[in-house]
Every structure is written in structure tokens, then in C-alpha cells.
Design a protein around this ligand. Structure first.
Ligand SMILES: Cc1ncc(COP(=O)(O)O)c(C=O)c1O
Length: 326
């Protein structure tokens, strides 16, 4: 019989799908690493499981323990699924700009959710970074995951996502394009791919309101660049240890409006029902067009599923309110 022991056995080995209409103006072949096929509908299932297994192995996470994490939703989903299967309690600390669907989904899989304000500095005691750390200190037998600085995050992508992309493209990949939040995806995949072929270019997608692009280009962490933005999952107001700037060739910044409009385009023109960072990544490929040639194989990774955005990017009233569409 062909089955896996539990739902965690279905993580990884996601398909690669050609982008057709929306890549007509892009020289080369554009392929999407389509991560919504993971059981939690996002790429984050991969690193969630690796972070838990590594913490179990070295005793940071003990039987019956409580897992605590600050998460924009997707990592929380991956952690929550693993917590259900492995018998842990899960607490997700989330910022109030995240879609309501993400909070409801986390609660649906048994997680406790604590919502914090977005518009405060990371070191403010109300921020979701500070709140998750405080809860971890106050809760007995708990483990604070810290996906930003936890090396198991990038390691998961080095061990699974990177090798899958290399194999699926038969080593022909020339560019990897992906949104950057904690940096785990770009750093793990990028490291693996550059080890196979150092000529592969690694491009990060950033947002306005985030510090990554300027820091990469100048080494300056410019607080003046930081403001609240709409795009979910990418960009940061901190420098996570998981962002390995040395393997990234460049960043391009995509506006909130473009990310939202291109999220709708992916659904309507390709049948790709995806989250808002996918829209940003696809628009980013167009912004980077002059870097590609006819023979190139460009892989873009799409992080999460459109169902998490039905109240936002897939709601035309919201799109009009935001002045993203007429
Ligand atoms: C929807 C979405 N896109 C992109 C990212 C960025 O991925 P990474 O944290 O691996 O840089 C995340 C991470 O939270 C995400 O949830």
C-alpha cells in the first residue's frame, strides 16, 4: 500500500509549473516552484518541521512542551501541524496587519493566537518580537522557535527545496527569484544552488518600508526606510541572521499596489491562486527583465495559497479602498 505515516510525510517534493501568459515578455523559461502543495499550503512547512526536529534532537523541545513563535501565519501553520502530530501545545504571536483568515486558520489547527500591533518598534514591549520572547520566558517547558535567527530554517531549504529545484531543472537553472522575509528560503536554496553552479544568480524580492535592499547595496541599516507596509511575508525592519547577504546577487523592491495587482493577475491569467508575496515576486521578475537572456531558466518560488487573502487581494472592495484598482 502507498501511504505516509502521518500528514508530515507529505511535506516537500512540490511541483514545478511553467509560467505562460505572464512570462511572455520575459526572455527565457520561467518556472514556478509551487509550494502551496505542502500540507499547510505554504513553503514554511519544510522549515517548521526541521526546526522542531532539530530542537527535539538537542533537548530544547521536550515531551509535552509548548512551542511559541512570532509568525506572519505560514510558519505558525507548519509548526501547528507538527505540534498536532507530535503532541505539543502551540502558541502563535502575530501582528495585526496579517489577514484575518491567517488567524482563523491557525486557531482551526489548535493553536492559541496572540495578536500584537504592527506599528511599533521591534524593541517595543508590545511588538510581536518582544511579546513572543516574553511569553517564552513566562511559560514553563516552552521553546521559543525564533525563525529569524534559527539556523534550522535555512538548513531545511538547503536540504530539501534547493536539491528539488536543481533536480527538477536538470541543473539548467540560471536564476532564482524569491521574496525575502526571514531569509531562510533564499539563503538555503541559494547556498545549495551556488555550490552546484556558482554562476547561478540569486535575486531577492523586497518591499518599500523594508531595510534589505539598501543594506545589501550599501551596508547601511537605514531606519528612515522603515514604515508599515501592506505586503505580507516579505521585507523586514530587522536583519534576521537567516538572511545570508553574501549569496544574494541583488534585490528589487515591489510596491504594495503592484504586489496586490499581480496577485490577482496570477489567478486570472495563469490559474495560480496564490498569496501576495507571489504577486510581488512575479512583478519583480518583470522589473529584472534586462538581466535575463533567451536561454535562461528562471525559477521563482511561490510561498503560499490565495485562500489566506480572500478578504484582501481577492476582495475588489478592499482593492478599491486601497486605491489599487479603479
Ligand atoms: C507569504 C510569505 N512569503 C514570503 C515569505 C518569506 O520567506 P522567508 O522567510 O523564507 O524569507 C514568507 C515568510 O514568512 C511568507 O509567509
Amino acid at each position: 500500500m502507498d501511504y505516509v505515516e502521518n500528514i508530515l510525510g507529505t511535506i516537500g517534493n512540490t511541483p514545478m509549473v511553467k509560467v505562460n501568459k505572464l512570462a511572455e515578455e520575459i526572455p527565457g523559461l520561467v518556472l514556478a516552484k509551487y509550494e502551496t502543495f505542502n500540507p499547510g499550503n505554504s513553503v514554511k512547512d519544510r522549515m517548521a518541521l526541521t526546526m522542531i526536529e532539530d530542537a527535539e534532537a538537542d533537548g530544547r523541545l521536550k515531551p509535552g512542551g509548548t512551542i511559541i513563535e512570532g509568525t506572519s501565519g505560514n510558519t505558525g501553520m507548519g509548526l501547528a501541524l507538527a505540534a498536532v502530530v507530535k503532541g505539543y501545545k502551540m502558541v502563535c504571536v502575530i501582528s495585526d496587519k496579517q489577514s484575518k483568515e491567517k488567524v482563523d486558520i491557525l486557531r482551526a489547527v489548535g493553536s492559541e493566537v496572540v495578536v500584537c500591533p504592527t506599528d511599533v518598534a521591534p524593541d517595543d514591549p508590545r511588538s510581536y518580537y518582544s511579546t513572543s520572547k516574553r511569553l517564552a520566558e513566562e511559560t514553563p517547558n516552552s521553546w521559543y522557535v525564533n525563525q529569524y535567527d534559527n539556523p534550522s530554517n535555512a538548513k531545511a531549504h538547503y536540504q530539501s527545496t534547493g536539491p528539488e529545484i536543481w533536480k527538477q531543472t536538470e541543473g539548467k537553472i540560471t536564476h532564482f527569484v524569491v521574496g525575502v522575509g526571514t531569509g531562510g528560503t533564499i539563503s538555503g536554496v541559494g547556498k545549495y544552488l551556488k555550490e552546484q553552479n556558482p554562476n547561478i544568480k540569486i535575486w531577492g524580492i523586497d518591499t518599500y518600508g523594508s531595510v534589505f535592499k539598501k543594506y545589501h547595496e550599501t551596508g547601511i541599516f537605514d531606519e528612515a526606510e522603515i514604515y508599515p507596509y501592506v505586503t505580507e511575508g516579505i521585507g523586514e525592519d530587522i536583519l534576521p541572521k537567516n538572511v545570508d547577504f553574501s549569496i544574494i546577487d541583488g534585490f528589487t523592491k515591489v510596491t504594495d499596489k503592484d504586489a496586490a495587482v499581480w496577485t490577482q493577475k496570477l489567478a486570472k491569467d495563469e490559474g495560480f491562486f496564490l498569496g501576495n508575496s507571489a504577486g510581488a515576486a512575479m512583478k519583480g521578475i518583470h522589473q529584472l527583465k534586462e538581466h535575463f537572456n533567451e536561454d535562461d531558466v528562471i525559477v521563482v518560488l511561490f510561498h503560499d495559497h490565495g485562500s489566506r487573502y480572500v478578504g484582501k487581494m481577492f476582495n475588489d472592495d478592499w482593492m478599491r479602498e486601497m486605491k489599487y484598482i479603479e
